[in-house]
Design a protein around this ligand. Structure first.
Ligand SMILES: [Zn+2]
Ligand SMILES: [Zn+2]
Length: 444
């Protein structure tokens, strides 16, 4: 199963700057990472990149460097205090992107000792970068006597990047070039392959989620996790894309999964019936996603998704729609898309999460359980054309995020005013010291 390091763009850039700062002498840094097991392999979520000061080294030259015992102890203490794996990074001046014999010898000596010093509680790893920026990495499991290869370095940013390590020998994804001919012209063959490899979690399989799932399936996305707790009702059939009368009473995730499979029979779809805010098991499935589409108008779900996004370093594209109307007279109508990017900004610092609404939702949920006899709550207006407008914008953002075919130049927030018919970008102040971004980043 493939294993990977996931790191936010700014941390990766700092690491690269540190490692490539001297083309003659090996440079080094320590990565502190949370180790997680996903259904598809080991993931190391980088929480912090720490340069190693020269005074912690015995020596460094063009072919090697040695950490003093006191330097190692400092790193071990931090790893133990925060339950983190340590990934020791160094540069290879020149173009050797594989581990050298000296690396093998050093690791055979150091890694079992490092595992022992951290009570064999979590794995540790090593990482190298050559002067062309090519990377390689491997890790040692507790009590192990030899390393395992790390296959990918996922860089979370704009654009998303997936660097194969030099030891990655996974076969290339095949693309149906006849089917995707018109898209390959736009994204390039590589972009189309990236879409096939990308895993998308869709939270909410309703009015916007169904449109998102079907558009992504047509695009060639093949890996999905669908989360929704609802079943199809008669009054959903005006906007639940692909759903018919026969689907009434079925779970929304089942209906959407069937529709995605009709478009692309190769699609691998995981389904979870439940609320993201109540699902403890979600994280295990969500963790190997590359992007989350948030298609729920529930504030509690939004807050939970934001939490998971920061913990596991997965960006969110949040799609919102809203209409206020009075018997045929529309007062406000429109929608918004927020791109929440770990390492830069989240839905909290973009003011997208309203604690008062969460309190109200919790109250309504309690009332709902207590007095369901009073019947259905008043539903707000909803129309497929507005939903599709917003989802299309969100999917455009997604295409750019993973293929970079548009150059990732759009703003992180886009709003649409349905009355005037225009799309605009509000300038929201960003909270530079977001306690959510700081506290939750990469903690797993
Ligand atoms: Zn080396
Ligand atoms: Zn934030």
């Amino acid at each position: 199963m493939p294993s990977r390091i996931r790191i936010v763009q700014s941390d990766f850039e700092n690491l690269k700057r540190e490692l490539l700062s001297n083309s003659l002498v090996e440079q080094g840094a320590a990565l502190f990472a949370k180790h997680c097991n996903s259904n598809t392999g080991d993931i190391f979520l980088v929480k912090e990149v720490q340069p190693i000061p020269d005074e912690d080294l015995t020596y460094k030259n063009a072919v090697g460097r040695k950490l003093k015992a006191s330097g190692l102890i400092k790193l071990v203490q931090k790893a133990l205090e925060e339950d983190l794996s340590l990934i020791m990074a160094h540069s290879h001046p020149g173009s050797l992107s594989s581990f050298s014999k000296t690396d093998d010898q050093n690791e055979n000596e150091m890694m079992p000792r490092l595992l022992m010093m951290t009570d064999n509680k979590f794995p540790h790893g090593t990482f190298i970068m050559d002067s062309n920026g090519r990377v390689n990495a491997r890790f040692w499991e507790p009590y192990s006597k030899s390393p395992k290869a790390i296959d990918w370095v996922n860089i979370v940013g704009r654009p998303m990047k997936n660097l194969p390590t030099s030891s990655n020998n996974s076969f290339q994804k095949k693309v149906n070039t006849e089917l995707f001919d018109r898209q390959v012209k736009m994204f390039g063959l590589e972009g189309q392959k990236v879409l096939a490899k990308t895993k998308v979690t869709i939270i909410g399989a309703g009015g916007t989620g169904s449109v998102a799932g079907i558009q992504l399936a047509y695009l060639g996305v093949e890996n999905f996790l669908l989360i929704d707790d609802d079943i199809v009702e008669h009054s959903n059939l005006n906007r639940l894309l692909g759903a018919t009368k026969n689907d009434i009473g079925r779970e929304k995730v089942e209906v959407l999964a069937d529709n995605i499979n009709c478009i692309n029979s190769r699609a691998k779809i995981e389904k979870e019936v439940g609320k993201i805010s109540e699902k403890n098991g979600s994280s295990k499935h969500i963790i190997d996603s590359h992007v989350i589409f948030l298609c729920s108008d529930n504030m509690l779900s939004r807050a939970s998704a934001n939490d998971l996004s920061l913990r596991f370093l997965i960006p969110i594209i949040d799609v919102g729609v809203g209409i206020q109307a009075d018997e045929g007279k529309v007062i406000t109508a429109g929608g918004s898309i927020y791109l929440s990017m770990p390492g830069e900004f989240c839905l909290q610092c973009l003011n997208r999460i309203n604690p008062e609404t969460i309190d109200r939702e919790k109250m309504v949920a309690e009332e709902d359980n207590a007095c369901y006899v009073f019947g259905e709550r008043i539903a707000s207006p909803a129309v497929i054309s507005l939903n599709s407008t917003m989802v299309s914008q969100a999917v455009n953002m997604f295409i750019d995020l993973v293929t970079n075919c548009l150059g990732n130049r759009t703003d992180q927030i886009k709003c649409f005013d349905m009355i005037r018919g225009n799309m605009y970008t509000p300038r929201l102040p960003k909270n530079q010291n977001c306690r959510f971004c700081n506290k939750l980043k990469g903690i797993g």
